[in-house]
Design a binder for this molecule. Sequence first.
Ligand SMILES: [Zn+2]
Length: 313
Amino acid sequence: MYKDGPDSCMQGENCVEVYAHEKSVLRLAYLTQGNEIHARCIVRDDEMEWIRCYPNTNSTETQRWHTAMEAAVEGAGYTHGNFDGVHLDKVRHPDAGRHDNKWMMPYLDNGSGRRCDTYVQESSDWNTLIVGSDGLEAQQQDGYVDFDNQATCDECGDRMDEDNSCYVDGGEMSVCEHCYQNVFVTAIGRRGHETTVRNSDAVEVGDQWYHTEYLSDNDIYACEDDGEYYHVDDLCSTSRGYVHTDRVTALDEEDSDGNTYAHDNDIATTHDGRTIHESAAVTETINGVDVVFHKDDDIAAYKAEHNEEKEEA
Ligand SMILES: [Zn+2]
């Protein structure tokens, strides 16, 4: 079924043999049409649960078989469950010597459960490996677990296969794959060098992460309007500080700090059509009409001219 059946990371892998042994509660449900094997699903008879249906749902055709498989196991009285507590056969890995502790192990699917249901440890009663929340994480696709090669994740404290550990924080910490993917990111830090840091110590700009301690070194600043981080090329200097280019207007007269842009909400238009910072705007009532000037304009001259015009009129 694994060799000729639907696509998965364990297709054709010998390690799946550990599911089958004399005392196993696991059974393999499958659907065929003609000579073709179209779907499969491991079920456990002790809890009447199914774990995960294959094929994956990546096309209309596979979706159809996936749905049919799920309907079949549900129809047979199984509910969605997981491997917790299941005994797997203890089969020595072909590369392992007699005293090595390296055993065949497929990638264990999560099923309906929690992440903690995919760890294995040696059981004391049978010659088996038991699935649960303790031991080595059995979610690698290399087909084995090695109890001689254990390390502890510096982040979550779980035991892990040393070969699958990842170094972070400049090699200071060694963490499991789960933590590496969920807690850490590769970010641009000091002098533009990439480093792996906790995601809480980094900000995402576009599709790139930046270490929060070195933001200005890498031309990353917060927009004072929305609080998000942007590259300086996408920001304009305004009286409020940096604001994203989408929310600024070019000024025809520099503001008092020499900025040539202002936030869209901070602008005023003068009587002769210039865009200026509102803090520089002066409104005078001339001949009963409000007229907006820049504070440095020669307002007296304007008034004199327009009063004269009125007198002439
Ligand atoms: Zn971890």
